[in-house]
Design a protein around this ligand. Sequence first.
Ligand SMILES: Nc1ncnc2c1ncn2[C@@H]1O[C@H](COP(=O)(O)OP(=O)(O)OP(=O)(O)O)[C@@H](O)[C@H]1O
Length: 228
Amino acid sequence: MATELELVDMACERDERVLFCGLSYRFEPGHVVQIEGPNGSGKTTLLRTLTTLSQDYAGELLWRGRPLSKQRHDYLSQLLYLGHLPGVKKALSPAENLRWYAHSRGESARRVGTALYNVGLAGFEEVPCFQLSAGQQRRVALARLYMSDQPETWILDEPFTAIDKAGVGALEQTISHQAALGGTVILTTHQDLHSIDASHINLRDYQPMEQQPEKQQLQDYQAPDCQQ
Ligand SMILES: Nc1ncnc2c1ncn2[C@@H]1O[C@H](COP(=O)(O)OP(=O)(O)OP(=O)(O)O)[C@@H](O)[C@H]1O
């Protein structure tokens, strides 16, 4: 299969501070990639860049071998992005939210019931979302992962937030299933992944040298003279 998404020498800065630079990476179909790094290292910034929500970067972003900016519509039509916030309309019910989501993508709403069942929201389909707990609202957002069985690009920012243990296990399975379908899953999480076979990008490795205290120390380190 061809490389789906590719970063070439990417750099991002915010408030005149370089978050990461020199980042080149090929996201291959069928792979799960976990973006790692300490708080504030730029994980969300990178994910937003991959969704095209942020276009403030240097370097190249390619999709299927061509500049992504020239095929944004096709790219976005197969992209599923879950950001930090649930992105759920609270006045609507879970079923209405999912029907709206399907409609906005020009897709069928026939999987709405199954999707809500899969995230443990059977019985809550028609309850307004403002009456649901934080974890249940997060589950409404996660139900989008069950609306299609096509290979897609999934970009998931902290998808396990507010999800209980059983939900985390089910979500890990869903992510692995999408990879098995030939999709590409790129995610951030501060938790360990238990059952997902993921590759890793650690943004700490792409910080400018002056922001890497331990590397700087290593560079400045003088080996002791051992020839006595
Ligand atoms: N719109 C913005 N304007 C200015 N600075 C921003 C903006 N968005 C992010 N930043 C800054 O960029 C840096 C990286 O933020 P980002 O949210 O990408 O980090 P992160 O690695 O996802 O952090 P966390 O693990 O805490 O979620 C932070 O220092 C943040 O203050």
